[in-house]
Design a protein around this ligand. Structure first.
Ligand code: NAD
Length: 479
C-alpha cells in the first residue's frame, strides 16, 4: 500500500535495540531525523544483556581471583580465598543494569522514542507492534532499519534437548558453580565460558570439531592459547565431532564424540552448546515485505541497503561478523544513508576479541589468508616474555604477531595473545585504517614500560630489527 505523506510520523524506525539498532537510532537523531526504536525486551540487546557485558563481568571476577592467588609471588599473602558465586552474579547483574540504564538515558537525551513490543513488517513502510499485553499497533515510517540480532545455533544430534544441555543463555543463568561442564565448540563463547567456570573450579572439557581452537584465528596464536588454557586445567580436544548426548549414571550426562577416529565418552553435569549463532530472521515479516534473506541472514550491500528501497539491515541479522562493534559501525552507515547522506562500510579493518585469560585479539588477515590473497608476506613476532611491563605484571605468556606486505611494509594483519590484547589491538586498528606500515608503528615512540612496546617490537621484527630479542629468535634470519 502506498503510504500518504501526511500519515508518515517518523523518518526512521529501527527494529531492535542492541548495539546495532540503538547506535543507528542515535546517529539518526544526531542528523536531526525523527526516529523511533522498537524493542521487545531490554535495551542493549544480546551484547548488554546476555553476551559481551555479563560474560566480561564474570571474567573480571575470575581475573580478580587469579590475581589474589598470584599475590604470593609478590609477597602479598591472603588467607584462604573463596568465591561467593551469588555475589559475583549480583555484581554482573549490576553492571548490566547500569549499562542498560545508560542506553535508556541516551535514548531520552537524544529524543528517541522507544516503543516496547515485537515488531513485524506488514509492508516496507508499515510495522505492526505487539506489546506484552498482546495489544497491536501499526506504525509507519519513511525508512526502516532492521537490527533484530541473532539467536543461538543448534546442532541436530540426539540428546541435544536433554535437561542440563544449555546454550549461552543457560550458562549465564546457572545459580551454582557447576562441578563439570563439557563445552561443544571452541569459538569465543565456548572458550570464554570455559575460562569462567574452570577458573571457578569446574572440570571443563572443550570439544572442537575443527583442527584448532578458535578456528578462524591465526594457527600459531590458537596453538599458544590452547596451551595457556591448561593453566585452568581446561582439557581441549580438537578434531572432535560430537555424536550424541545421553543420560548417564548419578544424574550426569554422557557426551559421545569421535576424536581422531576413536569414540570417547565424556561424563558431565552440564553440556554447553557453543556452536555458533544464527541471524534472527523469524517473525519479522521479511517475506511479506519482499526482503531477500536466507538462513545466513538478510542480504545487504555496502550501504546496508536490502533489495527493498528504504529498508536497511545491520548487525547480526546480516550474518557477516557477529560482533557488537561491527553492528554499531553498520548502524552508522545505515543511519547516514537512510537520511540521504552517503557512506559505505569499510570491511577491511574489523577487530576480533576473545576474553580468555590471557586475551586474544586480531585484526585483518592471517598469514595464510594474506598469502592466499596473493600478497608477498613478511611476518614479525614479539613475545610478551621479553616485554618489561608483562614481566612486571607476571603475564609473560603470548606474543604479538604482525603480518605485513613484503613490498611496502603495509600492515595486513595483527594477531595478539597476551595481557590486555583486546585493548592493545586498538593501535593496530588505527594503524591499518590509516594504511600504516610496520615502519610507522615501529618508529612511533612507544611509552616505557608498557605492553604497547610489544607492538612496536613486533613491527621492527618484520625487518629483523627488534631490540629486545636475540637475533636467533627473530622472525628474520639476518646474514
Ligand atoms: P563460533 O562460530 O565462533 O564457534 C563455534 C565453534 O563450534 C566453531 O569453532 C565450530 O567449529 C564448532 N562446532 C560446530 N559444530 C560442532 C560440533 N558438532 N562439534 C564440535 N564443535 C562444533 O560461535 P560461538 O563461539 O558460539 O559464538 C557465536 C558468535 O558470537 C560468533 O560469531 C562470535 O564471533 C560471536 N561472539 C563474539 C564474542 C567476542 O567477540 N568476544 C564473544 C561471544 C560470541
Amino acid at each position: 500500500m502506498e503510504v500518504e505523506e501526511s500519515m508518515l510520523e517518523r523518518d526512521i524506525m529501527v527494529i531492535g535495540g542492541g548495539p546495532g539498532g540503538y547506535v543507528a537510532a542515535i546517529r539518526v537523531a544526531q542528523l536531526d531525523g525523527k526516529v523511533a526504536l522498537i524493542e521487545k525486551e531490554e535495551l542493549g540487546g544480546t551484547c548488554l544483556n546476555w553476551g559481551c557485558i555479563p560474560t566480561k563481568a564474570l571474567l573480571r571476577g575470575v581475573e580478580i581471583l587469579d590475581l589474589i592467588e598470584g599475590g604470593k609471588d609478590y609477597g602479598v599473602l591472603a588467607g584462604p580465598v573463596t568465591v561467593d558465586f551469588a555475589k559475583l552474579l549480583a555484581r554482573k547483574d549490576r553492571a548490566v543494569k547500569t549499562l542498560v540504564g545508560g542506553v535508556s538515558g541516551l535514548m531520552k537525551s537524544n529524543g528517541i522514542e522507544v516503543i516496547k513490543g515485537a515488531a513485524r513488517l506488514v509492508s516496507p513502510q508499515k510495522i505492526e507492534v505487539v506489546n506484552a499485553k498482546g495489544e497491536k499497533e501499526i506504525y509507519q515510517a519513511r525508512k526502516v532499519i532492521l537490527a533484530s540480532g541473532s539467536v543461538s545455533a543448534e546442532i541436530p544430534i540426539p540428546g541435544a534437548k536433554l535437561p542440563g544441555v544449555i546454550d549461552s543463555y543457560g550458562a549465564l543463568a546457572l545459580q551454582q558453580i557447576p562441578q563439570s561442564m563439557v563445552i561443544v565448540g571452541a569459538g569465543p563463547i565456548g572458550l570464554e565460558f570455559g575460562t569462567v567456570y574452570a577458573a571457578l573450579g569446574a572440570k571443563v572439557t572443550v570439544l572442537e570439531m575443527l583442527p584448532q581452537v578458535l578456528p578462524t584465528e591465526d594457527p600459531e596464536i590458537a596453538a599458544a592459547l590452547e596451551k595457556t588454557l591448561r593453566r585452568f586445567k581446561i582439557q581441549t580436544f580438537t578434531g572432535a565431532r560430537v555424536q550424541n548426548i545421553t543420560e548417564g549414571t548419578e544424574g550426569k550426562l554422557e557426551v559421545t564424540a569421535a576424536v581422531g577416529g576413536e569414540e570417547k565418552v565424556f561424563p558431565t553435569q552440564y553440556v554447553l552448546m557453543a556452536v555458533g549463532r544464527k541471524p534472527n530472521v523469524e517473525g519479522l515479516g521479511l517475506k511479506e515485505a519482499g526482503i531477500e534473506f536466507s538462513e545466513k541472514g538478510i542480504e545487504v550491500n555496502d550501504r546496508m541497503e536490502t533489495n527493498v528501497p528504504g529498508v536497511y539491515a545491520i548487525g547480526d541479522v546480516t550474518g557477516k561478523w557477529l560482533l557488537a562493534h561491527y553492528a554499531s559501525a553498520q548502524g552508522e552507515v545505515a543511519a547516514k544513508n537512510s537520511l540521504g547522506h552517503e557512506m559505505q562500510m569499510d570491511e577491511r579493518v574489523v577487530p576480533r576479541c576473545v576474553y580468555t585469560l590471557p586475551e586474544v585479539a586480531s585484526v585483518g588477515l592471517t598469514e595464510e589468508r594474506a598469502k592466499d590473497e596473493g600478497y608477498g608476506v613478511k611476518v614479525g613476532r614479539f613475545p610478551f616474555a621479553a616485554n618489561g611491563k608483562a614481566t612486571i605484571l607476571g603475564e609473560r605468556n603470548g606474543m604479538v604477531k604482525i603480518v605485513a606486505d613484503a613490498k611496502y611494509g603495509e600492515i595486513l594483519g595483527v594477531h595478539i595473545l597476551g595481557p590486555h590484547a583486546t585493548d592493545l589491538i586498538g593501535e593496530a586498528v588505527v594503524g591499518m585504517r590509516l594504511e600504516g606500515t610496520t615502519s610507522d608503528i615501529g618508529h612511533a615512540i612507544h611509552p616505557h614500560p608498557t605492553l604497547t612496546e610489544a607492538m612496536m617490537e613486533a613491527a621492527f621484527d618484520v625487518e629483523g630489527t627488534a631490540v629486545h630479542i636475540p637475533p636467533r629468535l627473530s622472525s628474520v634470519r639476518r646474514p
